[in-house]
Ligand binder design. Structure first.
Ligand code: CA
Length: 230
């Protein structure tokens, strides 16, 4: 059964939508303001979030922006009729769709089904993904993002980061890292790893103010799950 979170300060609308969704077989939870909604959305894994834009405290666009720093839960925005800006900035901030108030419940249900289908498709097309703190590495696509922003790495840098992330919390010595990055038949300096680590630190640690790759003196390197801020 799909679980849906409704973030809406107008109690009547929230209740009406809740009853309709329950009738359709969804499990529903409600939040009456932006901050509560954001907390619930971050703590629980919903299948979809209906998010009103005009909310007291934290507005819907800001809730969405903060949610997207951590999660890709499908979001449908509930916007006012003439609020073109809300739609544009909402889609920019990562909304999957929006619906204008007042809306027919059938239209909302149809949009919910579409958003759910799209999301299932996304999940399947996604390869193995390793996430540590704000850093996400997609093995199939050879893509790395930090806070959702793409970071461009050379192939060697990518392989080194992958080796460390796959073996998180395990100290990797230079010989093992060279096997992973340069292959078993590599003959050359082992300090090539130190060079790649330096490049990665420039591109990730320094730029995003995190302490991702740690040096273990006399041994090698490790990425630990609990990242320190710099
Ligand atoms: Ca409202």
């Amino acid at each position: 059964m799909s679980r849906i979170l409704i973030v809406e300060d107008e109690a009547k609308i929230a209740r009406f939508v809740e009853l309709e969704l329950i009738h359709e077989g969804y499990e529903v939870q409600k939040a009456p303001d932006g901050r509560t909604g954001l907390d619930m959305a971050l703590q629980e894994d919903y299948d979809l979030i209906l998010l009103d834009v005009m909310l007291p405290g934290l507005n819907g666009i800001e809730v969405l922006r903060r949610l997207r720093q951590q999660k890709s839960t499908p979001v449908i925005l509930l916007t006012a009729r003439d609020a073109v800006m809300d739609k544009v900035s909402g889609l920019d901030a990562g909304a999957d769709d929006y619906i204008t108030k007042p809306f027919a419940i059938e239209e909302l249900l149809a949009r919910i089904r579409v958003a759910e289908r799209h999301h299932e498709g996304d999940e399947k097309s996604r390869g193995a993904r390793i996430e540590i703190g704000p850093v996400s590495l997609d093995e199939d696509r050879h893509e790395v993002t930090v806070n959702g922003e793409p970071v461009y790495l050379t192939n060697h840098e990518f392989l080194l980061l992958q080796a460390l992330m796959e073996n998180k919390n395990i100290v990797m010595d230079r010989a093992r890292l060279i096997e992973k990055v340069c292959g078993y038949d590599y003959v050359g300096e082992t300090n090539v790893i130190d060079v790649y680590v330096r490049y990665l630190r420039t591109k990730i640690d320094d730029r995003y103010g995190i302490n991702l790759i740690r040096t273990v003196r006399g041994v090698g390197y490790v990425i630990r799950e609990d990242l320190d801020q710099k």
